[in-house]
Design a protein around this ligand. Structure first.
Ligand SMILES: NC(=O)c1ccc[n+]([C@@H]2O[C@H](COP(=O)([O-])OP(=O)(O)OC[C@H]3O[C@@H](n4cnc5c(N)ncnc54)[C@H](OP(=O)(O)O)[C@@H]3O)[C@@H](O)[C@H]2O)c1
Length: 392
């Protein structure tokens, strides 16, 4: 006998590019990915400026009738029909916007990078605890079947103990005039919007280092890494190329994380440059093909079976009815299951791990001399901050 699925009711904060991808995935039929125990409903969308903008967004994503629209984030978080707020603003805004939602008693899924620094991340976690609500950083990649599979292979020592992981997510946006292909005002390079390669792309290189080298460590042996980093800065002050070494001396392991805006992980985006992540153990290696935020293929090469490369594809299930499916629905399903089961955090990306990752990124930026303005680095919540009211 099949019981009806638990349906999570979403409020969407901001209507930019990723909000569009995410809402499309929420509207995807869960059966297309063989999910029957949870479902999603978009009940409201709020923008920083107008109802009209929210209405246009709903049209664009072909949302069903009846979704409410709000011209402010404050109204959105006050909607009693909303179970969970998806925060899809630039990272500069995440702390203030997520605090707005948490203090209103809402569950929150907050886009990556979670915050601009570790103090903000700690404050969000503390607030989620106080309010007894669910809170998660939206690192969708962690919930891909390929990520689960790779973590399983690492834990079972399929290629022996892992000693080194190399991970890269870089985009070739170099232009002949010496700039990169983003306007100085664009969130990718704008210091006021916490721009730079690390917080936007490098988080994925770190995701692979962390989910293989840190997450898989037994709880009683957890070791946060020592960090050595180098940064080349763009003329806006944001980081345009960042390289980091994460050392786990007790585990005799190291991670090398790379990210850049002037050269790509590979030339054509088709993995011509080889794997984007190499997970190296004493008995062989697991290779993950890029892009690292949306991994669809991995390979296993074993020392005792030289010359044989095992190749595994794990494509995104496609909803034929709506003709889409980006792969963000798996993290949404995780939110629904956690909330259904009364869990406040996801075991796949626990609060403590999000905080350690933010500590690492803060340290990398410190070593590279990147600084952001006080408005976006403060860990003092202000509901009237321009980041919450949309005054630009
Ligand atoms: N998971 C992923 O794969 C993925 C991919 C891309 C981006 N992201 C993350 O998602 C977040 C948003 O990225 P995006 O590419 O969607 O950005 P975007 O297209 O620029 O959208 C950001 C939205 O935030 C709102 N906003 C509020 N104040 C703003 C301000 N001062 N300047 C700009 N926008 C402001 C706007 O929506 P309203 O006016 O409607 O409120 C805007 O449309 C970032 O943290 C990014 O790292 C994640």
């Amino acid at each position: 006998m099949s019981s009806s699925p638990f349906t999570l009711k979403w409020g969407i904060m901001a209507t930019g590019w990723i909000a569009e991808m995410f809402v499309q995935d929420l509207l995807t039929n869960p059966a297309a990915r063989n999910v029957n125990d949870v479902a999603h409903k978009v009940v409201a969308v709020g923008t920083s400026s107008s109802n009209d903008k929210a209405a246009k967004f709903l049209e664009k994503v072909k949302a069903p009738e009846g979704v409410k629209t709000y011209g402010s984030y404050k109204e959105l978080v006050a909607d009693p029909d909303v179970d969970i707020i998806y925060v899809a603003t630039p990272h500069s805004h995440h702390f203030q916007n997520a605090m707005l939602a948490l203090t209103a008693g809402k569950n929150v899924l907050c886009e990556k990078a979670l915050t601009v620094n570790a103090a903000q991340a700690r404050k969000l976690v503390q607030t989620a605890k106080e309010k007894n609500v669910f809170f998660m950083e939206a690192v969708w990649t962690r919930y891909f079947p390929i990520s689960s599979k790779v973590r399983e292979l690492v834990k079972s020592q399929a290629v022996g103990p892992i000693y080194r992981v190399i991970a890269d997510l870089s985009f070739n946006k170099d232009k002949p005039d010496g700039t990169v292909d983003f306007d100085d005002s664009h969130r990718m390079v704008n210091i006021n919007l916490a721009g730079g390669a690390l917080l936007d792309l490098g988080i994925y290189s770190l995701t692979w280092l962390f989910q293989t080298l840190y997450h898989c460590q037994p709880e009683e042996e957890k070791e946060a890494p020592k960090v050595v980093a180098a940064i080349n800065k763009y003329h806006t002050g944001a980081d345009e190329m960042t390289s980091m070494i994460l050392q786990f001396p007790k585990h005799k392991s190291m991670g090398v994380g790379l990210t850049a805006l002037r050269v790509g992980t590979d030339v054509d985006g088709e993995n011509s440059g080889g794997p984007a992540c190499r997970i190296q153990g004493s008995g062989g290696e697991i290779q993950v093909m890029g892009p690292l935020y949306r991994p669809l293929q991995y390979k296993v090469i074993k020392k005792d079976n030289p010359g044989k490369v095992e190749v595994y594809d794990m494509p995104i299930p496609h909803d034929d009815e709506r003709d889409w499916g980006h792969g963000m629905f798996w993290e949404a399903d995780e939110c629904a299951r956690c909330i259904r089961d009364g869990k406040k955090e996801s075991a796949t990306l626990p609060w403590s791990e999000s905080i350690v990752i933010m500590e690492v990124m803060e340290e990398v930026l410190r070593q590279g001399g990147v600084t952001y303005p006080e408005l976006i680095t403060t860990d003092v919540f202000d509901p009237e901050s321009s980041l919450n009211t949309g005054k630009r």
